[in-house]
Write a protein that binds this ligand. Sequence first.
Ligand code: B16
Ligand code: MG
Length: 217
Amino acid sequence: NKKAFIFDLDGVIVDTARYHYLAWKKIANQLGIDFTLDHNELLKGVSRVRSLDIILEIGKIDLIQEEKEQFLFQKNEDYLIYITNMNETEILPGVHKTLQFLKEKKQLIALGSASKNARPILQKTGIIDYFDAIVDGNDVTNAKPDPEVFLIAAKSLNVLPENAIVFEDSVAGIQAANIANMTSVGIGNASVLKEAKYTFEDFTAIKNPFIEFFISK
Ligand code: B16
Ligand code: MG
């Protein structure tokens, strides 16, 4: 059975989750909202538009559409500055080794990210050629926890959802993978990613036998 290994981007392949956080925190502070790391968990994996709405809900603030668009624009401008000089050193530990191993085993690899900035990041970090399919925020209408992004990725590789394995750092993304009937693998804190089928601190903790287990399933 053909398998697909679907990677989220932010917080899984690269530590851009930190840049998203800094850019949103600046906006929250401008709005007088005390924005914590716990709040930030709610934003992970969620689209840009939905992220702003969550921040406004936290602060119980109503904005008119023009004001929202201004903040969305500012968020992305600040984020783009953070990612301008990204390079291969920002690939998270163990990711390269895992991608390499999957390629050696002739497995299909996809990206399933909510971000509209995914492609330039894969290019800057030099790993774009590993991916047989790239599905990102420009290709979907429904944000995670909706499974759309992962379902499109599996479909474009001609792989059934039950034969897809998703690596995710966000609660919304784990939920999306579960709803899609895929195997969810949480990357990060197991007490946050409780709904994941498996959880690992990072990719250095994922050993080859774990991957081989899915390949042979
Ligand atoms: P952008 P992922 C998500 O990427 C981030 O986790 C989330 O924090 C961000 O708001 C979203 O992308 C949209 O990103 O503003 O660049 O379009 O984790 O799904 O790779
Ligand atoms: Mg993520």
